[in-house]
Design a protein around this ligand. Structure first.
Ligand SMILES: *Cc1c(COP(=O)(O)O)cnc(C)c1O
Length: 404
């Protein structure tokens, strides 16, 4: 009898690495009739978003907001500074470097993609080689994914900046913080990032649909010298609008903006540094559980073995095919818990892809949710008789309770 009871009713938990869990405050803020887009509350509210976005990005420079997902924002940023025939250098540690490189190629750029594997951060010696070989300075930008959401590797942006400075290479440093902003430390100005892109649906806790390009004066000067920039992607009127419609080059995404206002209020009330500390502690609890599950002959492995290189927002795991998919299916159908699929770790049509999965722990996630996530996985491993070490949930509880 007991093993046939379905336990999935109740609030479902989407623990995938984006879109992330929507706070009730965000949902409530979006549940309203359409506002006037010419004057009044919406106009004032939009102006107030700008300084709060700058605070989250740790920049005093510009921000342009787009109606776009992450792929759109990759293109928005490149369209302002990369002309056909320009070169970009893309150090890759997973699926997302490749994605940004493809967008650059679609705009007519030559993209040099460096593959650094999927288990560790960039190999800066290789990056240095490519930059040194470019004595004519044809490389106009280095496209740097901060956290690669497929491998869950976090890359060292300040080290890349230091390398570019040491080699006196004038390329723009462009960072993709779609997965990391609002989850883990990022300091646009202090770290010397020229352009940073992010989107609404991960650490910013708003549905997909808003994208952000932050850019400094160096990048803006390059924009000004471009032979042409498409009207829609042009960041200048968006960052310095004379009239309200220029913020969005058309109708404002009003409901997303109300949602964003509520999300930024949550971040501000908690304090950005507390937000980072919460993500770090929750991630450490998840890693502790995963390490224990992998003991005693259990097949589960963290994709990134060095904790210092792991993202605090997403965790990529390997368990062997077909158990990754079996576990995800079982948890979704029996407990109402949805885990992320593996991405870019095995060919898309291969059986091996069923051996990977990911945990999203970005944005509106707290200790009881993570304990539910881990308790759920423990339950699935038992139900499916997948070998695993015992004591994982206790190990996570200890991390939350004592920090170790
Ligand atoms: C999610 C993500 C993207 C792409 O976002 P989409 O909205 O799916 O287009 C790009 N870069 C990173 C690092 C991401 O995590």
């Amino acid at each position: 009898m007991a093993d046939t009871v379905n336990l999935a009713a109740g609030r479902p938990y989407l623990a995938i690495p984006g879109p992330s869990v929507l706070p009730d405050q965000v949902l409530q803020a979006m549940h309203r009739p359409s506002p006037n887009i010419y004057a009044g509350e919406l106009v004032e509210m939009t102006e107030g978003l700008i300084p709060d976005l700058q605070r989250v990005a740790r920049t005093r420079h510009h921000v342009a907001i787009y109606i776009a997902n992450g792929h759109g924002i990759w293109e928005a940023a490149l369209a302002n500074v990369i002309a056909p025939g320009d070169r970009v250098l893309v150090p890759g540690t997973g699926h997302f470097g490749l994605g940004w490189a493809q967008v650059a190629r679609g705009l007519g750029a030559e993209a040099e993609l460096l593959e650094h594997g999927k288990h560790s951060h960039w190999d800066l010696a290789q990056v240095a080689q490519s930059l040194k070989a470019d004595s004519a300075h044809r490389i106009k930008a280095v496209l740097a994914v901060h956290v690669d959401t497929s491998s869950s590797v976090r890359n060292d942006i300040p080290a890349l900046r230091a390398l570019m400075d040491e080699l006196k290479h004038p390329a723009l440093l462009m960072a993709d913080c779609v997965a990391s902003l609002g989850c883990e430390q990022f300091e646009m100005d202090t770290w010397g990032v020229d352009v940073m892109v992010t989107a609404s649906q991960k650490g910013l806790m708003v549905p997909a649909g808003l994208g952000f390009v932050f850019f400094n004066e160096k990048a803006d000067a390059i924009r000004s010298a471009m032979p042409r920039v498409s009207c829609y992607w042009d960041w200048q009127p968006r960052a310095r609008p004379q009239q309200y419609y220029q913020y969005f080059n058309g109708t404002a995404p009003s409901h997303h903006l109300y949602g964003l206002r509520a999300a930024l209020d949550l971040i501000q009330a908690e304090g950005l540094e507390n937000v980072w500390a919460r993500h770090q502690r929750l991630a450490q609890a998840i890693w502790a559980a995963c390490e224990v599950w992998g003991q005693d002959g259990g097949p589960l492995r963290l994709n990134v073995s060095d904790p210092a290189l792991r993202s605090h927002a997403v965790t990529s795991l390997q368990i062997g095919a077909p158990d990754g998919s079996r576990l995800r299916d079982w948890l979704e159908h029996n407990l109402g818990l949805t885990l992320g699929i593996g991405l870019g770790m095995a060919p898309a049509n291969s059986a091996a892809r069923h051996g990977y999965f990911r945990l999203g722990h970005m944005g509106h996630v707290n200790g009881q949710m993570v304990m539910g996530l881990l308790g759920g996985i423990e339950t699935g491993l038992q139900a499916l008789k997948i070998p695993h070490g015992s004591g994982a949930v206790g190990a996570a509880a200890s991390v939350l309770a004592t920090g170790q």
